[in-house]
Design a binder for this molecule. Structure first.
Ligand code: GAR
Length: 203
């Protein structure tokens, strides 16, 4: 059976994209294949990672396209042209409209660097999430992979993994541990889980 075609949406360094690429090689991700990488940042290092792995890339800038609507239309056209069935948000720092998320109901997953419902929602992204966790003094944090709906970080949870906060942690050291111990494991595992269920629906 043909594998589920996956698009990974990125904005930055792309370490989660790299984890997905590696999981495809190791066999953790076997029901789906990364067919497209979409970036909203021309300088995202994630684009280099995709090119090294021979994965097709496209970049769309809201500033060039003029509106959220035009930006999302460009993404949708590209997803359709490439037969994409599953969208993975891997450090994609742009909120998608309800129009977009409704079109891809239970077909978009996102990795968030905290244990939802803590430290999530509007304004909580990247390093800020770890800053807030340290400010609060939590002793345990982690990562969550969830389906994406119209509420930022509000969709059904697919997987979570806890990570210990260590004395002396800075936002950067905590971010690194959360990525290594949680994000890079549960994102590929969730992509496989959802791809497998899409394959089952096909028969
Ligand atoms: C990751 O920590 C990801 O969880 C976070 O941005 C980072 C991207 O790193 N995403 C969010 O905060 C989304 N709300 P990467 O580009 O190296 O994968």
């Amino acid at each position: 059976m043909n594998k589920v075609k996956i698009a990974v949406l990125v904005s930055g360094g792309g370490t989660n994209l790299q984890a997905l690429i590696d999981s495809q090689k190791s066999g953790v991700l076997e029901s789906g294949e990364i067919a497209l990488v979409v970036s909203n940042n021309k300088n995202a290092y994630a684009l280099e990672r995709a090119k090294k792995a021979n994965i097709k890339t496209v970049t769309f800038l809201k500033s060039e396209l003029g509106s959220q609507e035009a930006f999302e239309k460009a993404i949708v056209d590209s997803l359709e042209e490439n037969g994409i069935e599953l969208i993975v948000l891997a450090g994609f720092m742009s909120i998608l409209s309800e129009n977009f998320t409704k079109k891809y109901d239970r077909r978009i997953i996102n990795v968030h660097p905290s244990l939802i419902p803590s430290f999530c929602g509007k304004g909580f992204y990247g390093l800020t999430v770890h800053e807030k966790a340290l400010e609060k003094g939590v002793k345990v944090t982690g990562a969550t992979v969830h389906f994406v709906n119209e509420i930022p970080d509000g969709g059904e949870i697919i997987m979570q993994k806890a990570v210990e906060v260590m004395p002396g942690d800075t936002p950067s050291t905590l971010q690194k541990r959360v990525m290594e111990e949680a994000e890079w494991i549960i994102l590929p595992a969730s992509a496989e889980k959802v791809s497998k269920s899409i394959l089952k629906e096909r028969v």
